[in-house]
Design a binder for this molecule. Structure first.
Ligand code: FES
Ligand code: FES
Length: 155
């Protein structure tokens, strides 16, 4: 199948990539760029594990063709912070025990980051509502909500 050249800014770096017309953004980020924080959960838009930011807004990368992201800016959990220099949300998730198996965590972080960019002081209800598209099979959500509340200064 013919490949198309696309350019993306991923976690602040310009990238030129060759993708097939049916390549999903999720697979391109994982397979071509090694960004394993982008998780393949359900593949049908139900779990939120594949959530990334596209031009600052959350998208489900399992539902998006890579060619549609041409020219746009993508941020994954790897772009939020680094070991030794974690993003406040990453730190808070660790401190609040909001990570168990960790599979949902990158997607949760991206959604939480998007929420706080839109609304720096969300209520607990607003946090729960915003994160409802991100499923966690381990934590029961209480610790995740507390972790986000702590960053918003509302714990
Ligand atoms: S893998 Fe994309 S929503 Fe589940
Ligand atoms: S920590 Fe395991 S799915 Fe959320």
């Amino acid at each position: 199948m013919t490949k198309n050249r696309i350019s993306l800014t991923v976690n602040g770096k310009e990238r030129e990539l060759y993708v097939r017309p049916n390549d999903l953004l999720l697979n391109v980020l994982r397979d071509q760029l090694g960004l394993m924080g982008v998780k393949y959960g359900c593949g049908i838009g139900e779990c939120g594990a594949c959530t990334v930011l596209l031009n600052g807004r959350t998208v489900l990368s399992c539902l998006m063709l890579a060619v549609s992201a041409d020219g746009q800016e993508v941020v994954t959990a790897e772009g939020l912070g680094k070991p030794g220099n974690l993003h406040p949300l990453q730190k808070s998730f660790v401190e609040h025990g909001a990570v168990q198996c960790g599979f949902c965590t990158p997607g949760m972080l991206m959604s939480a980051a998007s929420l706080l960019a839109e609304n720096a002081q969300p209520t607990e209800e607003e946090i729960r509502e915003y994160l409802r598209g991100n499923l966690c099979r381990c934590t029961g959500y209480a610790a995740i909500v507390k972790a986000v509340q702590a960053v918003a200064g509302k714990e």
